[in-house]
Design a protein around this ligand. Structure first.
Ligand code: GLC
Length: 744
């Protein structure tokens, strides 16, 4: 309906009916036994008795099946006086039933067209189910793999985060021109605002302390890209930012988000975050929490009774609060209007065919994205695997279906194609024999209790550790190549999955060391939600493929890579440390006054560790291929420019190997001197190309002020005259091609 109709509806509503629109509850509040609701979930959540009518509630969290959505909506509309439909929102982060690789893997593809396609499939499957909003994308920049939610993040780089953010919002919402969300699309919610990915010591929910430079130049641009792409909702972050909780942070939410970034949509609190303002020590009472949150323009209170219990009283004492409530209610009603819910509360759910959910086409897209997300970290020639050989598939991920990642909450693990299943599919064509053995468990049984409600998800093996090991040795001793699939359980990362040790579990290390004694070729395949510490095992294996959590068809993607049908092309979107001691670690670091002198690397008084190199094990932008790419003919059109001009840098790339392959050619800049020192290098552009053997192509990048500028201390985007270095590279450590550029 027209916006003017929204205003008329608002004027019809009582204060309590408006406040109800600002409350989000879960489905258990709407089962068909109202008499127990009051004494059950409402009492548990602290609703003041008789003060709240659940049939004024604005939205529902994580009801994800069509029949329940229809039943709750129908029952609700019978009871809601104004006939305002419910919004149904859910955590569909990287796929509804068709599950894609985790976001940290997806950005290793550097293929944002394909990421947008995955988001469109996510949206279509949600639309067909009857969901209206997904709490995706998460675009928190991360530099600390101890934090469990790096798996959900686009990684450490701001440019990749911006591209991921834009691609996901466009894929989920479509090109939002006149506000209306079209058919087969739903509303997107970017999260967590802001900088949730930088917690103290990598501990979950930890405090975040960041300078304006870090916020403006690294952590905030990803969210802003979502807003520029028309995202309909933003979710607050759990953490404090420089001492103020994000969910009650007026500077962050009003000044930055709404005024500076121009966001006019719905701001939803993360789960119970309004009530947690007290736990942060930011308020003493729920009344104060309600006031802080509504004053910072938080529109929806997710799963607490704070708004329901206290906003009316606050509004009666202060007309400004009533105005804020009217504004918040208008934003929620507008979102419902943008989704067409007033015209059709079910969004064609009755007529929409469910044909696309987990369709072969959707699975194929997931598989293609996985094939471009799996990173080849090491290969001494053992890959691609040859025909006519005996393989043994060993390890806890050899045949494990629970490999979709922590946030695949709507996925069905039975739909996972495992590594072994993928290899068996190739067996006849490759003339392989395949043996398999579990070899080791993820954890010791005594550790399962550390995982709270997820303890029951760990299967207890039928064999003892010793029996598992001896079976693996027995199954492998006659093989030619061991495919060793290990890593961390999906419950070791994700929300509240922070870890202090990132090495493989001792059970798995023991398995590797014992298999090594067989003197067989070993291909290590790692499944993980984060960069693990690999330094102690790199030399024990002949190849390493980092699979992350590769989605429903992960086993097929891996099999295609192992046979060489697919040539790996992924490049790391997050740095791999040598040890936990190097963390936080990332490529775009600021130098120091005493950088290491390469001619005198052990000079005492230089910026280094005395017990390890400064460099990571694998750097941002790194990834191998089965072919080789030769870079040459590096050129710059001129070495001087005014800030209004631009220059062109170019390089020739040749596929000098024997297999077709894809390469990500990366453009970095280094602002050699500036009012606020800039990092030793920053990714400013890239292009992913495919070359046949022997094929050459010249890649050119335009360097203009957009690529040379940064946000200064008064938050202005500036380009400063002086010397820059322009770098074209195959990864963030590659310094073979550097040209100087003077901005006059
Ligand atoms: C969780 C997460 C957030 C999610 C929300 C709803 O705690 O922090 O990402 O969208 O609650 O489940």
């Amino acid at each position: 309906m027209e916006r003017i109709e929204i205003e008329k509806l608002l004027h019809k509503m009582t204060l309590k009916e408006k406040i109800g629109q600002l409350v989000q509850l879960t489905g258990d509040f709407f089962n068909d036994q109202p008499e127990i609701i009051e004494t059950g979930p409402m009492k548990k959540l602290g609703f003041l008795e008789g003060q709240y009518d659940i049939y004024n509630t604005g939205s529902i969290l994580n009801i994800v099946n069509t029949s329940e959505i229809k039943d709750i909506q129908r029952n609700y509309l019978e009871k809601n006086k104004n006939k305002i439909p419910l919004l149904f929102m859910a955590d569909v982060i990287y796929g509804y039933k068709t599950i894609f690789p985790i976001p940290l893997a997806q950005t290793c593809s550097w293929n944002f067209e394909m990421i947008e396609s995955s988001a469109a499939i996510l949206a279509k499957e949600c639309y067909e189910t009857g969901l209206h909003v997904t709490f995706s994308p998460m675009v928190d920049i991360v530099r600390d793999p101890r934090w469990g939610r790096v798996m959900e993040s686009p990684g450490e780089d701001t440019l990749l985060a911006k591209k991921y953010s834009e691609s996901m919002v466009k894929g989920i919402q479509g090109e939002v021109s006149e506000d209306v969300i079209p058919e087969h699309k739903i509303a997107s919610c970017v999260k967590h605002f802001a900088a949730y990915g930088a917690p103290r010591a990598g501990i979950e929910y930890g405090a975040v302390e960041l300078s304006n430079d870090s916020l403006n130049n690294y952590y905030l641009p990803g969210y802003r890209s979502a807003i520029d792409a028309g995202v309909k909702m933003v979710m607050t972050a759990f953490n404090t930012l420089n001492g103020v909780p994000c969910t009650g942070n007026q500077w962050l939410n009003q000044t930055v988000l709404r005024e500076k970034f121009g966001f006019s949509g719905v701001l939803i609190a993360d789960y119970a975050a309004i009530e947690e303002l007290k736990s942060h020590g930011y308020t003493e009472t729920d009344i104060q929490s309600a006031l802080k949150a509504i004053e910072s323009t938080v529109d929806i209170d997710m799963k607490t009774s704070v708004y329901a219990n206290h906003l009316a009283m606050l509004a009666q004492k202060n007309p400004v609060i009533e105005q804020l409530i009217n504004q918040a209610t208008t934003r929620v009603l507008q979102l419902k209007n943008d989704l067409g819910l007033f015209e059709d509360p079910y969004r064609n759910i009755e007529t929409t065919r469910k044909s696309s959910i987990l369709s072969a086409e959707h699975r194929q897209t997931s598989q293609k994205l996985a094939e471009e997300s799996i990173v080849l970290l090491k290969n001494n020639g053992v890959l691609p695997l040859k025909q006519d050989q005996a393989l043994s598939v060993v390890g806890p991920y050899g045949d494990e279906k629970n490999a979709l990642g922590f946030w695949a909450i709507t996925g069905d693990i039975e739909e996972t194609i495992t590594l072994k299943e993928g290899l068996v599919e190739k067996k006849d064509k490759m003339n392989w024999t395949i043996n398999s053995s579990l070899g080791a468990t993820f954890l010791d049984e005594s550790e399962y209790q550390l995982f709270g409600k997820y303890e029951r998800m760990f299967e207890k093996p039928h064999l003892s550790d010793e029996e598992l090991l001896s079976d693996a040795i027995e199954k492998s001793k006659h093989s030619d190549t061991i495919i060793l699939a290990m890593g961390e359980s999906v419950y070791q990362s994700g929300e509240a999955g922070s870890r202090t040790s990132l090495s493989l579990h001792p059970n798995q290390l023991r398995l590797l060391k014992n298999l090594k004694k067989l003197n067989k070729k070993i291909v290590l395949i790692l499944f993980s939600g984060r960069p693990l510490i690999l330094e102690e095992i790199v030399d024990d294996v002949d190849a390493i493929l980092y699979a992350w959590y590769p989605g429903n068809n992960g086993g097929m993607a891996l099999a295609n890579i192992l046979t060489g049908e697919v040539n790996p092309s992924a490049k790391l979107s997050m740095t791999f440390p040598r040890s936990v001691g190097q963390i936080p670690i990332h490529y775009n670091i600021n130098t120091t006054g005493r950088a290491i002198d390469k001619g005198n690397p052990y000079h005492r008084f230089s910026s280094r560790y005395i017990d390890a190199p400064n460099e990571p094990l694998y750097s941002f932008g790194y990834g191998l291929s089965y072919t080789n790419f030769t870079y040459s003919e590096f050129r710059i059109s001129k070495n001087r420019m005014s800030e209004e001009e631009s220059v062109v840098v170019s390089i020739q790339v040749e596929n000098s190997g024997s297999l077709k392959g894809k390469e990500v050619v990366q453009l970095y800049i280094n602002d050699v001197s500036s009012s606020i020192v800039r990092p030793v290098r920053e990714l400013k552009d890239f292009v992913k190309i495919e070359l046949a053997p022997g094929e050459k192509r010249t890649i050119a990048f335009v360097i203009d002020k957009e690529k040379l500028g940064y946000y200064n201390e008064i938050d202005n985007f500036v380009i400063e005259k002086g010397l820059f270095e322009i770098i074209i590279a195959k990864d963030s450590q590659d310094d073979r091609f550097v040209e100087k550029l003077y901005v006059e």
